[in-house]
Design a protein. Sequence first.
Length: 352
Amino acid sequence: MPDQHPAPSAFSSAGDPHRVAVLVRDGLLTMELGIVHRLFGQALSPAGEPLYEVLTCTPDPGDLRTDADVTVHVAQGTDLLAEADTVIVPASDEDYTPRAAPRLAPATAKALHRIRPGARVASICTGSFVLAAAGLLDGKRATTHWRSAADLQRLHPRVRVDPDVLYTDDGGVLTAAGVASGIDLCLHMIRADHGSRVANEVARGTVVPPHRDGGQAQYIPLPVTPPRRSSTEPARTWALEHLDRPVSLRELADRAGMSTRTFSRRFREEAGQTPVQWLTGQRVDRARRLLEETDLPVDRVAAAVGFGTAVSLRQHLHAALGVSPSAYRATFRGAGGPRGAAVTDADGRRPA
């Protein structure tokens, strides 16, 4: 398989739309194919021009069986993978039967060898088994549907399977947990290519949240319990209105009318994260928006989101995204943020 590198630029060359190739197989999940076309297809430039070209291919062109009572005709073969900037592999119903040993269909393996070096590669749901069998997930953090996570880890021990998250992004190789998580993943890629404004417009047009909190834990079936008389939602709403100040576990629990112990347990059940993890994630997300959409110096961004200092913001942003605030701002101002705005460093100065 070709070596994978950081994701390509938002445009193929000379302003051409970024080409997304969807590699489908017999037994494909129609919803997952539709997600890719719908979301990337709605991403437009300020002039209303498409930012992506989405094409579908398969190793054996023709009619493909689906998980529904329809067939899908795919006319294009996998030669187009050699020209794709991003390749996405949706799930097939053949992925749902655990195998005794990792195996990749010869036609699929041949198709994956056509992917050019440097292309971004992603999977949706159990499409991750294809990437893992091809060795693309070796040593990388990846996820898949929670029902299949144990099988993925058992069959591919070199993959660092995280069964709790909605999607992963590790060095230009991305995976999504389930069907709906494909929406989260596509929005993440659009956001990475063109910034929050474009991704948010796509989310609005699809009538989905631009970012979902928590991970898969909140969707795993739990033993039936009596109906609850309270929820952590009021506390989360209040916290979002006060991110610029320290927020204690005791304050959150009081807002929900619970003890701290009960609140912590309920919060994890509902949000899939601890209160501290959730607060940190919300602060990072707000910081990203401020870095993309305002001229605030980094120290003021840090204060506005409750991290206090530029040093603290830098540490948290690097832990979450692997980049500094100044580097993040420079990247997204160039990709899809406000044009012509001043980029400043942690001291409020313009970098050389």
